[in-house]
Design a binder for this molecule. Structure first.
Ligand code: FA5
Length: 362
């Protein structure tokens, strides 16, 4: 904006200097007010600010003349200029705020949400049936005073086998086909190593009452009843005067909780290197009530887990004196329990993530 240069002679006329400066600034202020009316956006505003307050603005030019004024007139002159600049700035900032609000209003209008539109369909997720059964069994055992322990899925040969009384080259290693990572590390084939880790941590001096849920891995070929990865829950009680009948009572409670209050169990002699004696535990078939049918292969019973009294060698290796302490342990496969309970004929249903299957259990 071209503002004529101030008339020096006019400015220097004694006694009129300050008044003329005030008039000039007043005139400039009116010009600024007019200019601001035409300002549309931040760009325009920036330009107007440069015109009225920048280095080349008239007010800055007038300021340069202060040095030519008599000493006594300088303070009033400087004050007039500074107050003028202050008012210009305020006018410009007010305009800036006005633009900001207008832009915000526009943005809010554009982004307005139509709350009357239909919400998109969604189906809430749910806990997988395997984890639901794990939680159910955990609740049952917590109610009986057990603690929950967990251990690593990548285990060492020492904890998975050796400290469970399965030395290298022992034929019992063939019972669980193992996925090795290297010579020493492997994917745990069962949850029994957590027994050992917990007993060692307790240091042989106090009773143990734990369950250990978790994933385990085997080099099994997947078929209707075998998976290379499945879930187990291990149970371990070590105390003075622990007997086989404590084990039987505990497992009967589990069987009735899982399959119905009228179920019976049967213990069959078996072999595990870490328990002595060892048993396989069968539950009466829910399909035929123990009379014999296709599901239980006419036996009236279905196998659900392995168990036994903790082998003295295992107690000793874990720091417990077998003269004083005895223990029982059991290990059950969650998928097999779920299959029996819900009549699922193929273990692979649990892992293919077919929502039609999963939703049956929500
Ligand atoms: C064991 O793993 C022992 N550690 C259990 C045990 C613990 C015995 C403490 C004594 C004392 P076993 O290999 O039988 O045992 O496996 C236990 C359960 O896991 C089986 O009863 C079965 O329900 C389940 N299971 C075994 N292999 C598979 C598989 N490939 N797929 C799905 N479930 C399996």
């Amino acid at each position: 904006m071209a503002v004529p240069a101030p008339d020096r002679a006019f400015l220097f006329e004694k006694g009129r200097v300050s008044m003329d400066v005030n008039e000039r600034i007043k005139a400039l202020e009116e010009k600024l007010i007019e200019a601001l009316k035409k300002v549309e956006d931040h760009n325009d505003l920036q330009q107007t600010k440069a015109e009225f307050l920048g280095k080349k603005a008239e007010i800055s030019q007038i300021m340069k003349h202060m040095k030519d004024l008599p000493e006594e007139e300088r303070p009033a002159f400087g004050k007039a200029i500074n107050e003028g600049k202050q008012r210009f700035s305020e006018l410009i900032e007010r305009k800036r705020e006005e633009i900001r609000r207008r832009e915000l209003d526009q943005k809010l209008k554009q982004e307005r949400i139509d709350v009357t539109l239909d919400a998109p369909d969604y189906t809430p997720g749910s806990v997988h049936i395997i984890h639901r059964i794990v939680e159910e069994i955990e609740d049952l055992f917590i109610g009986m005073g057990y603690r929950i322990e967990e251990g690593p899925e990548i285990e060492t040969d020492e904890y998975n086998f050796e400290r469970l009384n399965i030395p290298k080259d022992h034929p019992a290693r063939d019972m669980q086909d193992t996925l090795y990572i290297d010579g020493e590390r492997l994917l745990r084939t069962h949850t029994s190593p957590v027994q050992v880790r917990t007993m060692l941590r307790y240091g042989g001096g106090e009773p143990v009452k734990i369950i250990c849920p978790g994933a385990v891995y085997r080099r099994d070929d997947d078929d209707a009843t075998h998976s290379h990865q499945f879930y187990q829950i291990e149970g371990l009680v070590v105390d003075e005067h622990t007997t086989m009948s404590d084990l039987k009572g505990t497992l009967l409670r589990v069987a009735r909780e899982m399959f119905g209050s009228d179920r019976e169990i049967r213990l069959r002699p078996s072999y595990f290197p870490f328990t002595e004696p060892s048993v396989e535990v069968d539950v009466t078939c829910a399909n035929c009530d123990g009379d014999g049918c296709g599901v239980c292969k006419q036996s009236g019973y279905i196998e659900i887990l392995g168990a036994g009294m903790v082998n003295n060698a295992v107690l000793r290796m874990s720091g417990y004196d077998p003269e004083r302490y005895q223990g029982f342990a059991f290990g059950l496969g969650i998928e097999r329990i779920a299959m029996l309970r819900y009549g699922i004929e193929d273990i692979r249903h649990f892992y293919v993530n077919d929502l039609r299957f999963n939703r049956q259990f929500t």
